[in-house]
Structures are given as C-alpha cells and as structure tokens.
Ligand binder design. Sequence first.
Ligand code: ARG
Length: 265
Amino acid sequence: MPKHFLMCRPEYFTVEYAINPWMHPETGADRDVAVRQWEGLKAAYEELGHEVSLIDPIEGLPDMVFAANGALVVDGRVYGARFAYTERGPEGPAYLRWFTERGYPTRQPRHVNEGEGDFLTLDDVILAGTGFRTDVVAHQEAQEYLGLPVISLKLIDPRFYHLDTALFPLDGRNVAYYPQAFSEGSQAVLRRMFPEAVLASAEDAEVLGLNAVSDGTNVIINAEAWGLQLELKRRGYEVIPVDLSELRKAGGGPKCCTLEIRGDK
Ligand code: ARG
C-alpha cells in the first residue's frame, strides 16, 4: 500500500540553538550536505512508490525540515502541533495552514504536542510519548479528536526526547524500540502490548536507528544502525539504509523528516 508523506526541504537548515542534547550551535551544520542527504531520503520513498508532498520551508525556522513534528494525521483528520520551545513555535501554524488550505478538517491544539514526533499510529491504537516535549493532556486531546485509544508512554533519557527517537511501528501491529529510553512502567506496558517486538541495542539507538520509517515491507533506516538492520532482515524486512548524518546534528533522522498523511487515499 503506497503511503503519502509530507516533507520540507532543509533550505534554511542550520544548528543555531540547542533544544536537545544532539545540537551543538558552536559546530553548526552544513546546509548543502543536509539538502543532498534529504534528497536521498525523498528519492528512496519515491522509488518505493510512495507519494511525497512538499511544504515550503520558511526562513528563520531551521528545524522545519523535521516535518514529523508538524501535525498528526489520522483518517484524514489533522490534529495540529503546539511546540514546547518558542524557537519552533511558528512551525505549528505553518503546517496547520498547509492542511487547511487543502481542505483537510483540522483541530487547533490546546495543549503542547509535537505531532508525530510523539504520536505513532498503529492499526487500533496510538502510542504517545511524554516526558520532554508533549504534554500528557495532549494525549487525551488527540484521543478525543481522533477517536483512537491513546497509550501514554514516559520517556526518561534526554537523548531520546521524542517517542520517534526510541520506537517505530514495523506495521500496524508490532514495533521496534529501545527499552532503556522508557520508564519502568512504560517498559512493562510495551512488553505486554508487543511480546514480539524488535528490541534495539544502545548502539543502534545512539545513531537514531529507531527513527525509522516502515511501510510494513520496507524499512528506511539510518545507515549506521547495523545491529537493528541485521535483525530486521532476519525477520524478513527489506532494509533501505540512508545517510542523514548531517540532520542528526539537530537530533533528527528519517522519521523526523517525514509526516505521514494517513487516510487521504
Ligand atoms: N531539533 C529538533 C528538535 O529538537 C529535532 C526534531 C526531530 N524530530 C523528531 N520527530 N524527533 O525539536
């Protein structure tokens, strides 16, 4: 099943502030390298037959390339983002406008949430992260608006500040994750919900290997996540490694650059 993704070219990408431990403004980042790597990710989606739509980048919003944070779209309904840090604040309305202009029903968020960075959708449930960015009250707001049960999971390691840095859905029923990024209670919830999950090592997590995108057959994943790639292949997945090392300097990987528009086909 082809998917529909929204992406944002890293035209104005740079690391000029630090809102997560990956970001070092003193060393910055190379915009041209980032654009080239991002083009590679976009091409990988298109080669797999997925549709990619683009939102115009806005000058002065260097993190806007991380489209996953822009909204949460389920059944064609769009729950808008409200960013935790003022540096990214204007991205919320910009992404929401993209959807309203195209006729999608949208919901202005009342609570802090960073879109698909902290909300990952499976067939019958949405997994939601909290602890660093998204407010747990937003989990309830999303559940009320989208009508899918939302399971709250607590993140405890600042390097894995969004749920999508510590976990990704392999398909509508199973996930891969790095257990140590979660509180004891949330680890117990994940074990109970996903007894067949793929568990990632610290080495895989530390190269943002969990910030991957699976269409159920193919997994687009950071090239450096060796162990995780081997296990995915062992389980029968087609693994497509991508190099997004420049974007990792802002704390992002393939999933961060990708907002899935669910339910418009
Ligand atoms: N620099 C961005 C931030 O800290 C990176 C966002 C990565 N996005 C994601 N979905 N994890 O907000």
